[in-house]
Ligand binder design. Structure first.
Ligand SMILES: *[C@@H]1O[C@H](CO)[C@@H](O)[C@H](O)[C@H]1NC(C)=O
Ligand SMILES: *[C@@H]1O[C@H](CO)[C@@H](O)[C@H](O)[C@H]1NC(C)=O
Ligand SMILES: *[C@@H]1O[C@H](CO)[C@@H](O)[C@H](O)[C@H]1NC(C)=O
Ligand SMILES: *[C@@H]1O[C@H](CO)[C@@H](O)[C@H](O)[C@H]1NC(C)=O
Ligand SMILES: *[C@@H]1O[C@H](CO)[C@@H](O)[C@H](O)[C@H]1NC(C)=O
Ligand SMILES: *[C@@H]1O[C@H](CO)[C@@H](O)[C@H](O)[C@H]1NC(C)=O
Ligand SMILES: *[C@@H]1O[C@H](CO)[C@@H](O)[C@H](O)[C@H]1NC(C)=O
Ligand SMILES: *[C@@H]1O[C@H](CO)[C@@H](O)[C@H](O)[C@H]1NC(C)=O
Ligand SMILES: *[C@@H]1O[C@H](CO)[C@@H](O)[C@H](O)[C@H]1NC(C)=O
Ligand SMILES: *[C@@H]1O[C@H](CO)[C@@H](O)[C@H](O)[C@H]1NC(C)=O
Ligand SMILES: *[C@@H]1O[C@H](CO)[C@@H](O)[C@H](O)[C@H]1NC(C)=O
Ligand SMILES: *[C@@H]1O[C@H](CO)[C@@H](O)[C@H](O)[C@H]1NC(C)=O
Length: 766
């Protein structure tokens, strides 16, 4: 086994010495092929060997191949060994996939593996490890290689010998030497001394048993303690002297066994030879008067910390529980506990009960009551008798006793007046007076318009009463004539009614109404009815009517007749159409007048017969339709008109004539037609025209006047002939004879020619 010490400062110097020494050693080895001297490491590179050969060589000449266990060893070798181009094998190879230190077969921990980068590779058969000593790159790092390759050999020599250290140490290899590493509990250069603990003092009330493998109170000494009877150990046992020189625990104590502290009322006198309420303590157990306890009169604390028996408190003496009396109650005041020594009880009875004995009732020290238990007796009421027309029933806890309830039930047809129940009170009184049974009453009856005769065995209109009814004259009985008051207080039959006799129902006359008085019922005996007609109608008959006691009316029903208006006849040239809702020319009749063609109505066409019997308007007339008035005859003419109906109206006709010298232009007659127009336009009178006289010649002159038109009727031309030289001729304006006239000189002849006149007239002027 090879190890480096951790104290590096002291190792530094040593390394230098070793380095120099090793180089010497190595020089020797280079020539001699190795040899173990005082040095720990040796190497051999001539020849380079296979891994297995290298190891065998190391084992033969030294201890083993260097295993490289730590950085210090690695540094040391890198510094110490010369460069070898094949590098050096180290004591690590592969076993079952793991890298192990071959010498001890230990696994190389992960953090102790100093592989060069990319190593170890997985190439087959590279199962051995070399170290790159003084390589340019990855110096002192590892590489796996084929074990058959040849490389430098580095060996080491172990320094430890069996006698180097005592049996209580491990011999640890250092670089070039060894140290003794003491097992815990030992010291000294060879670890031959044993560590001592403090001497133990024996505890009181205890014994001890110690084992001493390396002497009294030395490392690995062990002491066991045992407490005396009645004492309890506090602390640990056994104690062991540890490698630190300290006992595992302090020395234990022995404490006396403690019984429970007694504070019971029954504990009186205690003695405590060792400690209060502890092993060997003794107590007396005793109680006061009226109290008792269970168990023995003395107790002791046992060596196991238990009292010889369980201690009970003093309990009060008990009397038998006080009975609740029947129908009563008991209230007690207890000195200590219910129904125990000193308890005093008072008995009370329920309402309606009284106590028979009233003595003191106390629980004595002997556990007995001072008196026997009292009892409660029920209160009584006096006896009852049922009232008349009634039955009585009682519910009795005891006959007529407190709590008895008696109820009264009346016979049929009788009402109970008062409470139907009475109760016997706690004071011995009945709560209510007994009720009275009164016959049921029916409603009093008094039929109007009739008389009643009744028999009343149980009072007026009461259960059993029988009444008969008779009606007055003019009235009839509706229902049964006798009724009885039943046990339910209602009449056996409906109360009879005297109803007025009925007359036949009247209905209002058409166009009228009736108003009736209803003294009893409508249209019944003594009803009076008055008929009235609507406006425009007149009553025919008697207005008033009355229903008699026989049920008939005094008179017939009247009628209402529509009022008449005067009879109308149609006017000349007209016709009349009438509607008559009631009668001809009567109230609400309407008449409409119409005229023949060419005639016009001069008024309202419609008229109506009013409620007063008069027509609303007068009947209108038919007048001939007028044409425009012809006030003047045509100029220079005459007019002659005839008017069959009215002047210048329908059917008028006019004839026209013109004066002499005029001719008529248009129609000589015209007529007024049905639509009020003249059949023609008005004609005119035109003057007759003459032949125009042409211009004259010679000494004939002409001077014309034309009052009505050129050369027309009324025109006059004067011709003059100045006959100085020769006779002049003048043309005639007349047709025949065609004349000329002549004058002599100086003579003036004048001729007047007038148009329209039969002939020319000639006037000779001188
Ligand atoms: C290994 O040794 C070489 C040569 O002595 C040195 O240069 C290098 O620093 C060393 N490397 C280590 C890691 O000690
Ligand atoms: C090796 O160690 C032992 C015990 O620690 C010591 O007595 C001895 O002198 C050491 N030897 C060397 C060479 O340092
Ligand atoms: C002490 O203990 C040992 C081992 O438990 C036992 O054999 C021995 O009898 C004991 N001694 C006494 C005095 O109890
Ligand atoms: C110390 O005692 C324990 C248990 O009794 C035991 O297992 C152990 O071997 C002892 N140690 C030594 C160094 O005797
Ligand atoms: C007696 O002691 C118990 C427990 O110690 C306690 O609960 C109880 O109240 C005590 N009684 C009296 C009367 O002191
Ligand atoms: C007895 O009297 C007590 C106290 O007045 C009361 O609470 C209880 O109800 C009564 N019991 C009866 C049966 O009357
Ligand atoms: C018993 O009754 C009497 C009289 O009514 C009263 O003075 C007394 O205090 C009562 N006692 C109890 C224990 O109720
Ligand atoms: C007594 O009268 C009450 C109410 O007034 C009624 O409920 C009860 O039935 C009556 N009892 C009898 C026996 O008539
Ligand atoms: C007579 O009485 C019966 C029953 O009340 C009734 O229906 C009927 O109309 C009555 N008759 C008359 C004429 O009132
Ligand atoms: C009552 O009516 C019955 C029959 O309905 C008749 O026999 C009897 O005479 C009537 N009595 C009187 C007093 O009218
Ligand atoms: C009234 O009626 C009677 C009988 O119906 C009849 O004879 C009489 O003419 C009528 N009187 C009038 C004014 O109509
Ligand atoms: C009206 O004159 C025409 C001719 O102009 C004539 O035929 C007709 O008989 C005349 N009528 C009367 C009523 O004179």
């Amino acid at each position: 086994m090879m190890m480096f010490q951790q104290s590096v400062d002291t190792r530094q110097g040593l390394h230098h010495i070793l380095l120099i020494a090793a180089l010497i050693g190595f020089v020797q080895d280079l020539s001699s092929g190795g040899g173990a001297h005082a040095w720990s490491y040796d190497f051999n590179i001539i020849p380079n060997r296979r891994w297995l050969e290298a190891r065998q060589w190391c084992q033969k000449h030294f201890t083993d191949m260097v295993p490289i266990r730590n950085q210090e060893e690695s540094d040391f070798l890198n510094n110490s060994l010369p460069f070898n181009a094949k590098y050096y094998w180290i004591g690590i190879s592969k076993r079952e996939g793991e890298w192990v230190w071959k010498e001890t077969d230990e696994k190389v921990p992960e953090d102790a593996q100093k592989w060069a980068p990319e190593e170890p590779d997985t190439i087959a058969a590279q199962d051995c490890v070399e170290i790159y000593i003084k390589r340019d790159k990855d110096t002192a790092k590892w590489n796996n290689e084929n074990c058959r390759k040849r490389k430098g050999t580095v060996c080491y020599t172990a320094s430890c010998k069996p006698e180097s250290c005592s049996a209580n140490a491990d011999c640890v290899e250092t670089v070039g030497n060894y140290t003794c590493q003491c097992h815990p509990g030992f010291l000294g250069s060879r670890c031959e001394e044993t560590i001592a603990c403090k001497r133990l003092l024996d505890p009181e009330q205890a014994s001890s048993n110690c084992s001493r493998p390396y002497g009294s109170n030395r490392f690995n000494s062990s002491c066991r303690f045992l407490c005396d009877l009645g004492f309890r150990m506090v602390g640990e046992s056994p104690l062991l002297c540890q490698a630190s020189g300290l006992w595992t625990h302090p020395v234990p104590l022995c404490q006396v066994e403690q019984c429970s502290v007694l504070n019971h009322s029954s504990i009186k006198n205690c003695s405590h030879p060792i400690a209060p309420y502890s092993f060997k303590s003794v107590c007396e157990v005793r109680c006061d008067e009226g109290y008792e306890h269970l168990g023995p009169d003395q107790i002791r604390c046992h060596y196991n910390g238990q009292w010889t028996s369980i201690v009970q408190d003093c309990t009060v003496k008990r009397c038998p529980p006080a009975f609740f009396p029947v129908s009563g109650n008991v209230t007690c005041v207890d000195a200590v506990e219910p129904f125990s020594f000193g308890s005093r009880c008072n008995f009370t009875c329920q309402e309606g009960y009284y106590l028979t004995r009233d003595d003191a009732y106390t629980c004595l020290a002997s556990g007995q009551w001072s008196n026997p238990t009292p009892t409660c007796t029920v209160v009584q009421c006096n006896s009852l008798k049922a009232p008349p027309h009634a039955s009585m029933q009682c519910q009795d806890p005891g006959v007529n006793s407190y709590g008895s309830i008696c109820s009264v039930l009346c016979e049929e047809g009788f009402d109970l007046i008062g409470g139907n129940m009475t109760k016997c009170s706690a004071q011995g009184n009945w709560s209510h007076a007994l009720p009275v049974c009164q016959a049921k009453r029916c409603n009093p009856i008094n039929p109007p318009h009739g008389s009643l005769s009744c028999s009343d065995p149980n009072g007026l209109f009461s259960f059993g009463s029988l009444c008969k009814t008779t009606c007055d004259e003019g009235f009839l009985l509706n229902g049964t004539n006798s009724t009885e008051c039943t046990s339910q207080g209602v009449w056996s039959a409906d109360i009879p009614q005297c109803l007025a006799k009925r007359c036949p129902t009247l209905s209002s006359p058409s166009h009228g109404f009736i108003v009736c008085s209803v003294p009893h019922e409508e249209f019944s005996f003594t009803s009076q009815c008055r008929s009235t007609c609507d406006e425009g109608f007149l009553l025919n008959g008697t207005a008033d009517n009355e229903c008699t006691s026989l049920g008939t009316w005094s008179t017939e029903i009247p009628y209402c007749l529509a009022k008449r208006c005067p009879t109308l006849s149609s006017s000349s040239h007209g016709s009349l159409i009438c509607s008559d809702p009631h009668e001809k020319f009567s109230f609400t009749s309407r008449c409409t007048s119409t005229c023949e063609e060419g005639f016009l109505l001069n008024g309202m066409a419609d008229t109506e017969c009013t409620s007063s019997g008069m027509w609303s308007t007068e009947l209108p007339h038919c007048l001939a339709r007028p044409c425009p008035l012809l006030d003047k005859a045509p100029h220079h003419g005459r007019m002659n008109c005839s008017h069959p109906y009215s002047s210048f109206s329908y059917d008028s006709s006019c004839d026209f004539e013109c004066n002499e010298g005029f001719w008529l232009r248009g129609t000589p007659n015209m007529t007024c037609n049905t639509s009020g127009h003249w059949s023609q336009d008005l004609p005119t009178c035109q003057p007759l025209e003459c032949e125009a006289i042409p211009a004259l010649f010679g000494s004939l002159s002409m001077n014309c006047s034309h009052p009505l038109g050129n050369f027309s009727f009324g025109s006059q031309c004067i011709f003059a002939c100045e006959g100085r030289d020769s006779p002049c001729m003048a043309l005639s304006c007349c047709s025949a004879p065609p004349l000329g006239f002549g004058t002599t000189a100086g003579q003036t002849a004048q001729r007047i020619c007038q148009c329209g006149l039969p002939c020319c007239c000639l006037q000779v002027l001188e």
